[in-house]
Design a protein around this ligand. Sequence first.
Ligand SMILES: [Zn+2]
Length: 241
Amino acid sequence: MEFKTEAIVLKAVDYKENDRLLTLFTPSRGKLLATIRGVRKPKAKLNFAAQPFCFSEYVLAERAERYTIVNAYLYDGFFPLRADIGRYYAACTLLEICDALLVEDNGNEGFFVAAAEGLKALAHGEGNEADALLSFALAALRESGYMLDLDGCGVCGGEIGNGAYFDFGAGCFTCAECASGVRASESTYQTLRKAAGLTFEEGKLEGGRKRALRLINAYLAEKTERDYPCFGEFIRLFSEP
Ligand SMILES: [Zn+2]
């Protein structure tokens, strides 16, 4: 049986003599593995469709619960990512987060849209790469049931100011009086509010991007019990403009 689906390539590994095994992110079936044949031969027609980041419409044949790609129509290969190492690592981190949070055979349209928009912003947008990655990560966490509460103190509802804390278990910030969790700065809180599309205090963002990236990396690692090597490398490379 054949079917069509939009998909983003999360991973591509060489397989057999000329094939590749792709991990695809699809809106309706979540993550799935698919073989694409002959793409390592020179002049292979579907070579473009067997690279990480590739966003295409794929035609898949399904047989005995195994998928083979029979055709592909490119929407966007996000090629400008290859020209900027910071944006490249941010995009690799985006794919790493998708791979970690997605479940096989479990579609999530909102998560898929966030990933496609995130790659678009990183490859073609003018904005800061950390902001684009943070916005995506917050959406991915929300769509996966690990939503961060960025609406004041998670215990008393009060303002988050100096001497704030972040509670990893509850996924929320707490004020200096409630003091639940680990120390976190006000700039992290304001930067994350900005990334989530909420109101924020412009004067309190300084130094917040790197701290917010570290916090999201740690939060993901705790929730999913795995490492994020691309995320670590992106944070190491990132410097505040
Ligand atoms: Zn409080």
